[in-house]
Design a protein around this ligand. Structure first.
Ligand code: DQQ
Length: 593
């Protein structure tokens, strides 16, 4: 009943939220073109989808049957079941009326929708139930911490919720006890930038810790709170970490990684063979940045060679935001979930009746160099593979393209290793280029501009005659005494403007040339690439997951059976497809139907 009135109640807070973000964005004078904080369209928030358009819906990426989704919330493994909660508008295809929707799975691929877990109903979350995390407490007791919006000024507090019935394997019902809120801001905190509590970790002193994102002026902050009993929380004198000029930190994530193996670690693990990761979602850029570092005396210090700001390492150089990781004890791994927003217009989202997908969960490990993370799709996704096709030792001379036939290219998994005989033809890296603006470089030197070593890669979601395609490719540059490997996922030609009755008439869509550099050793003269292609998603992993890029694209021709996949080389150096394996991907049997 409370929920039914949500539309009106949300008006002011969301406007304030977005205004704050916009003012802040202007202040920082930054925009890379990625859509700013969830745009607010009051008149559209409760416009329920009547017909859901299937075109461009994903086959195996997580989507509810209709309406808007954003951040993954509180992922956890509990008694044999994976739980994924997510920010969801039950009433329309734009951001608003947000509840914690809830789906459960035994394999991270097949998902069953259950009742919404948390929704505005109490004074401490009357104006919104925003993002948060789950912690499984000793005694196998899950608890959720989430941000509640308490007034029309958009003030934020931190609340908790617990399962009503621990013997229900799906934990369908959640209770928000009356001693909420657990944490309110003190006068030193701007209550409108105080959100997204992390999974808690337990210190050797028996006290729990969490961190909460925010900002003071332009300094991004990760506040630290401690508690002995999980109910009474005290702010530490010092933040876990701050960084000047980075703006508001959303959805922080803080966890250990092993330096001596690939197993994931429970969030409370500390010790000599452990490094820590702090990830923040930067509201101003809509990218996610992380550093590796050390955690001592409740302070996090990035390693000296880490860039602690906008030019730092990103989880993904494309459309990937508000991610959250969790430790999966059943397979001793750390898993990362990220959200990919749509890239087309709000008008199109309304027409489609849906917006947003969760990307395929990724296993996170530390690269042997200790200087970055590696991400790789969870192994379970491979159960969807069928109709394998293979290619090996295939030479690609300059200007050559080869079609990979025999799979449903619109919904596929492609894993390819390219090799080359020499690095001599790598183009010189112009010292005037911005080493941190790979996207700009990719925009200038796309897949068709002839190069030396590269561009080579694959053309995904391509129409037969290449009127449209999304290339994912490498281009190697010689930069003084080292090589720079540029990886691009270029949406600029992803849709042919051919038919205005189609979903994408070529207008409104944001079609960036997303790109990142790949810190890879080229001694073996090989580069590998894996792409998960799913109708409107191209999720790519360069060099074993060193650099990841996700694009959302809306082909007009390359739909379903009309989509093609090619490998290509537009560099003067001949490259060889050492091996290529590609599969059609089935739909999961269960996906929130
Ligand atoms: N989305 C949530 C916030 C979070 C933001 C609101 C990040 O809690 O900061 O839907 O996308």
């Amino acid at each position: 009943m409370e929920l039914a009135k949500g539309g009106v109640r949300w008006a002011l807070p969301v406007v304030v939220y977005v205004c704050c973000c916009l003012v802040f964005l202007l202040n920082l004078n930054s925009s890379n073109g990625v859509e700013a904080s969830h745009n607010v369209f009051m008149h559209l928030q409760s416009l329920s989808a009547v017909n859901v358009r299937k075109e461009h819906r994903t086959g195996y990426h997580f989507q509810p049957t209709k309406h808007w989704i954003n951040d993954p919330n509180g992922p956890m493994y509990f008694n044999g079941v994976y739980h994924l909660f997510y920010q969801y508008n039950p009433k329309g295809a734009v951001w608003g009326n947000i509840v914690w929707a809830h789906s459960v799975s035994k394999d991270l691929i097949n998902w069953e929708k259950v009742e919404h877990a948390i929704y505005p109903s109490k004074p401490f979350d009357k104006y919104g139930c925003w993002s948060g995390s789950a912690t499984v407490l000793p005694g196998n007791k899950p608890v959720i911490l989430y941000t509640g919006i308490v007034d029309d000024k958009n003030s934020q507090v931190q609340n908790y919720a617990v399962p009503a019935n621990l013997s229900d394997p799906y934990l369908r019902e959640w209770i928000k006890p009356d001693n909420n809120p657990l944490i309110v801001s003190d006068p030193s905190i701007n209550a409108t930038f105080f959100r997204d509590p992390t999974t808690a970790w337990l210190g050797k002193d028996g006290h729990w810790r969490i961190t909460i994102g925010g900002r003071r002026n332009r300094r991004g902050i990760s506040y630290l709170y401690r508690s002995r009993d999980f109910v009474h929380w005290v702010k530490a004198k010092h933040a876990l970490h701050t960084s000047a000029g980075t703006g508001n930190w959303e959805c922080p994530d803080f966890f250990p990684v092993s330096v001596s193996g690939t197993n994931g670690l429970d969030t409370s693990v500390v010790g000599p063979n452990v490094k820590h990761v702090l990830k923040v979602s930067l509201d101003a850029t809509r990218f996610e940045y992380y550093t590796l570092g050390s955690y001592e005396k409740d302070r996090y210090t990035p390693d000296p060679d880490m860039i602690d700001g906008w030019n730092g390492l990103r989880y993904d150089y494309g459309n990937f935001y508000a991610s959250k990781s969790f430790f999966d004890p059943s397979k001793n791994r750390r898993i990362l979930w990220g959200w990919a927003n749509e890239s087309d217009s709000t008008d199109k989202d309304i027409k489609k009746g849906w917006a947003g997908v969760q990307l395929i969960p990724r296993t996170l490990t530390l690269d042997p160099s200790g200087k970055q993370l590696l991400q790789w799709p969870v192994e379970e996704v491979e159960n969807l593979r069928k109709n394998k096709v293979e290619l090996s030792n295939k030479i690609l001379n300059k200007g050559e393209t080869v079609e990979i036939k025999g799979i449903t290219a619109a919904q596929s998994d492609v894993d390819v290793t390219f090799s080359f005989g020499s690095l001599d033809k790598a183009e010189p890296f112009d010292p005037s280029w911005d080493r941190y603006d790979a996207q700009k470089l990719c925009g200038q030197k796309g897949s068709t501009v002839e190069g030396g070593l590269g561009p080579f890669g694959i053309l995904t979601l391509a129409s037969q005659n290449l009127e449209e395609y999304t290339p994912v490719f490498f281009r190697v540059f010689k930069d003084q005494d080292k090589y720079q490997v540029l990886m691009c996922s270029d949406a600029s030609r992803s849709s042919a403007s051919v038919d205005k009755t189609k979903m994408d008439d070529g207008k409104d869509a944001y079609r960036p040339s997303f790109a990142g550099f790949v810190n890879v050793d080229l001694n073996e003269k090989k580069l590998s690439l894996r792409s998960l292609i799913d109708n409107s998603v191209v999720e790519s992993f360069g060099a074993g997951g060193k650099t990841c890029i996700t694009s959302r694209v809306y082909p007009a021709l390359a739909l379903y059976g009309n989509a093609h996949l090619y490998a290509f080389n537009n560099g003067s150096e001949t490259v060889k497809i050492d091996s290529l394996n590609a599969w059609s991907m089935s739909k999961p049997v269960k996906m929130n139907h």
